[in-house]
Design a binder for this molecule. Structure first.
Ligand SMILES: [Zn+2]
Length: 548
């Protein structure tokens, strides 16, 4: 008897020394979430949701994206592959394809068809992602056992996080469909339970659309935002002013029916509701031998942010509602999976700039640049200098793609053409820096913004000249409303990075600067698997609790 007790004790010491692998990893990417929202709405969040994650998890207060451009597809790819566009190959949401000589959309793939609806929304795949993701590595490590699922309203935000070996990714087909759909890349058809869920869920979606979007709490208590009616906020089609209540029943027809939900807080609610159903029906975190992975991305924060800007009442309402939804989701995970069994991390795919009009109204620098004017001026310049109208092939995502055939035909040097255009464009008042592909290939930069351009520059896919503008400049005119993102300035790069759950250090606040590409190697270490193939090796060691 004594012997047996000793053996059990020794065995438990042995097990106790090993790091316990989470049965489930849940990634939550809040599209366009600025770090300062955690501070601005802190009191209103109470002890729930975001504040619960912070007080019971590890919060990186100074977490940044480390490349330009800070767009959605790029952000999701970088978080889950642990590397930057220079490696993983995702250089935008759309970009000019040098070989095809046309603009492509990141996850379009006509080799596949939609499953779950009759539209073409499912003709997608992750084929343009060159690197493996952390969930790809989990699949390899477990001999392709364990489940990996992605979900988001946006297709790119569902597909790219879970990479190539995922069981399935779901995104939202709006319009008249109102369904979660996928691609034949993953499966021949939707699981039966998802088809049934889509049917039943219609009533919930209709209920959202058949009532106005009003603020959840009294709008007079929303002190953390500007007045509701601002000239620089966007409106829905057929809406007179950008103010509450937003009358969804009268707006839905002119605003794409179920697609209208994307630009309301209910888009996040319905995504998290579906995520809960995935956990339940797929029994995520329940397998004794294998770990599962669920990547959730919340897209509505981005749609709403673009339309109204970070200082709006709409954003305040959206984050207060999201805080409640998040709290429900955490409770659900605790109940279904057990708080000892899962690790959750929360971050964003990029942040966002204040609406330039809002800044200039308050005497801060900012403004708008007309992209077409700038392109026109450059075309004029190259025509004058080289007597050719075809030297610039494309100017998009702040990258100039030169016509290499034309340059060869005219017997010009590519480097000379790059340099003369750079000399010209730097004279434009709002251009801050312009740098050539040649320079980026020859020199290693340590300081921003050139180091950020370098991390975002992919030798195979990127343009010949990369341009950055001064802070808080958007493409548009004085008539523009809303805001955007894409730069390497702090307002676009500073995002939340919070780890929470099994074996994660509790209540730790980390102040040193960290970068988004450290998330994937950290998750790999928690899961005790090989890191993604192009990943950073720099782990966020602060997340590991010393308890075990
Ligand atoms: Zn966006």
């Amino acid at each position: 008897m004594k012997k047996l007790v000793t053996i059990i004790m020794l065995a438990s010491i042995f097990v106790g020394n090993a790091q316990k692998k989470p049965k489930l990893v849940v990634g939550i990417v809040v599209d366009q979430m600025r770090y300062d929202y955690l501070l601005r709405f802190k009191d209103k969040f109470g002890s729930k949701g975001f504040n619960k994650l912070i007080s019971e998890g590890t919060n990186f207060e100074n977490g940044h994206f480390n490349y330009i451009p800070t767009y959605t597809a790029v952000g999701h790819s970088s978080v889950y592959t642990g590397t930057t566009p220079k490696n993983h190959g995702i250089i935008g949401n759309n970009w000019y394809d040098k070989d095809l000589k046309k603009s492509i959309y990141v996850v379009d793939d006509a080799n596949y068809n939609t499953i779950g609806s009759t539209s073409k929304e499912g003709q997608k795949s992750p084929k343009r992602l060159v690197a493996s993701t952390v969930s790809d590595q989990l699949k390899i490590a477990q001999n392709f056992k364990g489940k990996v699922v992605g979900v988001a309203i946006k297709d790119r935000s569902a597909i790219l996080p879970v990479g190539h070996a995922a069981d399935i990714a779901y995104w939202f087909d709006g319009g008249n469909q109102g369904k979660w759909v996928s691609s034949t890349f993953y499966a021949k058809q939707l699981p039966n339970w998802v088809s049934a869920y889509n049917q039943e869920n219609k009533a919930t979606l209709d209920a959202y659309l058949n009532a106005p979007w009003v603020t959840e709490k009294d709008i007079l208590d929303y002190h953390e935002s500007t007045l509701d009616n601002k000239h620089f906020e966007g409106t829905f089609k057929n809406e007179k002013a950008p103010v509450f209540p937003h009358d969804l029943p009268s707006l839905k027809e002119k605003n794409g029916n179920y697609s209208l939900l994307k630009t309301t807080p209910f888009g996040n609610t319905m995504t998290l509701d579906f995520a809960k159903e995935i956990i339940k029906k797929e029994e995520l975190g329940k397998n004794k031998m294998y770990s599962d992975f669920l990547a959730v991305s919340l897209s509505s924060t981005d749609y709403i942010g673009h339309k109204y800007g970070p200082a709006s009442k709409e954003i305040e309402d959206t984050y207060l509602r999201l805080n409640n939804d998040l709290d429900d989701f955490i409770k659900y995970l605790d109940r279904k999976v057990g708080d000892d069994n899962y690790v959750l991390f929360l971050t964003a795919d990029h942040a966002v700039v204040q609406v330039p009009h809002f800044l200039t109204d308050n005497k801060l620098p900012g403004g708008y640049v007309n992209g077409k004017d700038l392109s026109g001026k450059l075309l004029e310049f190259t025509f004058k200098k080289y007597n050719s109208k075809h030297l610039i092939e494309n100017f998009s995502n702040d990258q100039i793609f030169l016509n290499h055939d034309e340059i060869a035909k005219l017997d010009l040097s590519l480097e000379d053409v790059e340099n003369s255009i750079i000399k010209e464009i730097i004279n434009s008042p709002l251009v801050y820096k312009a740098v050539s592909a040649h320079t980026l290939q020859k020199t290693e930069f340590n300081n921003t913004p050139l180091s950020l351009l370098q991390e975002g520059y992919n030798q195979k896919y990127s343009g010949d000249i990369l341009v950055t503008f001064t802070p808080s400049i958007l493409k548009g005119s004085n008539a523009s409303t809303g805001t955007s993102h894409g730069t390497g300035y702090n307002y676009d790069t500073h995002v939340p990075i919070i780890f929470y759950g099994a074996n994660i250090a509790k209540g730790k606040a980390v102040k040193k600067p960290v970068v988004i590409t450290q998330i994937a190697p950290t998750l790999s270490n928690l899961l005790q698997i090989q890191e993604p193939n192009m990943s950073s090796l720099d782990i966020l060691t602060e997340v590991f609790s010393k308890e075990k």
